[in-house]
Design a protein around this ligand. Structure first.
Ligand code: PGA
Length: 252
């Protein structure tokens, strides 16, 4: 009922030429994989080049790693939704923990961005997740609830099914330390329960909840076997075409 989504977050890696090389290698490796949606999120500077390549009819969606909530204006260094649409972007990662921690992005800003992205018929991938200290203090569920409710607050409940949520425990990002399949399922079920509370069970059942944090070809299958894990947001392991493709082919 929910099509799995495997998305690669390239972060601040790859020049435009390197990005094109990676996607050229990746597309034939994942083209024939059925029943899985695949997306890549190169840095802004590579979106145009990768977008041109993908527009030629490939089975990989183009995603951005962030966006500004306004369409234009005096916002030095920022990029807007119409600018991304122009390049063929159909998905936008929002509220990644690096944006929250390093660039001061608030729950409220994530919500405003998500509403803007949805209004343009793009898919927001809203990231939530607790730090190690918060997990240690027994606050993981409350932290994720706060992040989720704030991000979804400006969104009309009828649009909820179009949103993608990525649960990324901060302590698992780039550390090689994955949440166990039980920890992932427990939090994903919590998130789906919150979504049902916010927008009703029918909508909640359609929302894809991705897991992110040290996903690799060895752990993807057991994560995907969990009933509420609908895909993955992959950082480091998405920078190599073969490795990312074997994550996409988690069923085989
Ligand atoms: P990682 O990053 O796969 O390198 O842990 C995941 C992410 O930050 O989205």
């Amino acid at each position: 009922m929910r099509t799995p989504l495997i998305a690669g977050n390239w972060k601040m890696h790859k020049t435009a030429a390197e990005a094109v090389d990676l996607v050229r290698t990746l597309v034939p490796l994942v083209d024939a994989v059925e029943g899985v949606e695949v997306a890549v999120a190169p840095p802004f500077t590579a979106l145009q080049a990768v977008g041109r390549l993908l527009r030629a009819g490939a089975a990989v969606l183009l995603a951005a790693q962030n966006v500004h909530e306004e369409d234009h204006g005096a916002f030095t260094g920022e990029v807007s939704v119409p600018m991304l649409q122009d390049l063929g972007v159909s998905m936008v990662i929002l509220g990644h923990s690096e944006r929250r921690q390093l660039f001061g992005e608030t729950d409220q800003a994530v919500g405003r961005k998500a509403a803007r992205v949805l209004a343009a018929n793009l898919v927001p991938v809203i990231c939530v997740g607790e730090s190690l200290a918060q997990r240690g203090a027994g606050e993981a569920f409350a932290v994720v609830e706060r992040q989720l409710r704030a991000a979804l607050q400006p969104i009309d409940a009828s649009a909820l099914a179009l949103v993608v949520i990525a649960y990324e425990p901060v302590w698992a990002i780039g550390t090689g330390r994955t949440a166990s399949k039980e920890q992932a399922q427990e939090m994903h079920a919590h998130i789906r329960g919150l979504l049902a509370d916010i927008g009703g069970r029918k909508q909640a059942d359609q929302v894809r909840i991705l897991y992110g944090g040290s996903v690799n070809p060895a752990n993807i299958a057991e994560l995907m076997a969990q009933p509420d894990v609908d895909g993955a947001l992959v950082g480091g392991a998405s920078l190599d075409a073969e490795t990312f493709a074997s994550i996409v082919r988690f069923r085989v």
